[in-house]
Ligand binder design. Structure first.
Ligand SMILES: C[S@@+](CC[C@H](N)C(=O)[O-])C[C@H]1O[C@@H](n2cnc3c(N)ncnc32)[C@H](O)[C@@H]1O
Length: 274
């Protein structure tokens, strides 16, 4: 039985309440494709039956599977490249100078998807900042979706995935081929700690951070949610820290206290002084 507007409305509200993502009407066509595999796995004859089984119940594992399936996990190694150039050529050299005494740097990737983003950063630190070998480097990578976190933690990627953004010499150096897939080295994998955090929920205690990558996730949220997340973020950012958002994301029109700064064509943000 094909799913109806009512089922889409139920799923849209479920996703909005759980993770604040607004699914526009253009996403209705996606529901069937994304939920059909779950319906099959769970023994339902169709998506309609799956969605109907959820209504009237409070949050179960199946509700979360559906929510996760409706979110967008698009990512790639060194995505958009320019922010990584800004990190390499401007932000990290400056930060390393500022942290010379304490010799530690803390990074948070707030919507890390399947891990390409935090691993790109780890690879860059290894490649270009040997001085950090003896520093304490903490890279925390979080996401709402258990599925993407499982994959991120495994550090295993298909040929197609490594072809997207990862230069061949870095692939050869930091991955090994296992069957048809590529396994990231333990040295890089162990630099990243993965955890589940819902950006719109109550955050677990977070360390103060020097760099936040919060890229290509705020775009899905309404203005109030973006504002709240950026305000919460400012509380854990150190005064001389850096926030990177996606190329289509900005603090313009949000009541938040950040100052934009640029490196070539990239804009990143610093918490405004109090
Ligand atoms: C498009 S991906 C971006 C991945 C990566 N930051 C990048 O730019 O390539 C968006 C990610 O945000 C996650 N996400 C969506 N809503 C979230 C929420 N409320 N809390 C935490 N993560 C969320 C999704 O699961 C997805 O993995």
């Amino acid at each position: 039985m094909p799913s109806t507007n009512a089922e889409f409305a139920y799923v849209r509200d479920l996703v909005k309440n759980a993770v604040a993502i607004a699914l526009g009407p253009e996403r209705e066509y996606l529901m069937e494709a994304r939920l059909a595999p779950i319906a099959e796995q769970e023994g339902f004859t169709c998506v309609t039956e799956l969605v109907r089984s959820l209504t009237g119940k409070t949050s179960t594992d199946l509700h979360w599977k559906v929510i996760e399936a409706m979110t967008t996990n698009e990512t790639s190694f060194f995505r958009d490249i320019k922010p990584f150039e800004a990190l390499r050529n401007k932000v990290l050299p400056q930060l390393i100078q500022n942290r010379e005494k304490e010799r530690q740097v803390s990074v948070w990737c707030g919507a890390c998807s399947t891990g390409q983003e935090p691993y790109s950063l780890s690879i860059m630190l290894r490649e270009h900042f040997p001085v950090l070998q003896n520093w304490k480097i903490k890279i925390l990578a979080t996401d709402i979706s258990n599925d993407v976190l499982r994959k991120a933690q495994s550090g295993r990627y298909t040929q197609l995935e490594v072809n997207r953004g990862l230069p061949a010499q870095l692939l050869i150096k930091h991955f090994r081929k296992e069957g048809t897939e590529w396994q990231i080295s333990d040295a890089i994998r162990n630099m990243v700690e993965f955890r589940r955090v819902n950006l719109i929920g109550t955050w677990p205690p977070m360390p103060n951070v020097d760099i936040v990558l919060l890229r290509n996730v705020l775009i899905y949220f309404p203005v109030e949610t973006k504002t709240q997340i950026l305000r919460n973020m400012r509380r854990i950012l150190r005064p001389d820290s850096y926030l990177f958002m996606g190329t289509a994301e900005t603090t313009v029109n949000l009541q938040v206290q950040y100052d934009p700064e640029s490196y070539q064509t990239v804009t990143y943000y610093r918490p405004s002084p109090n």
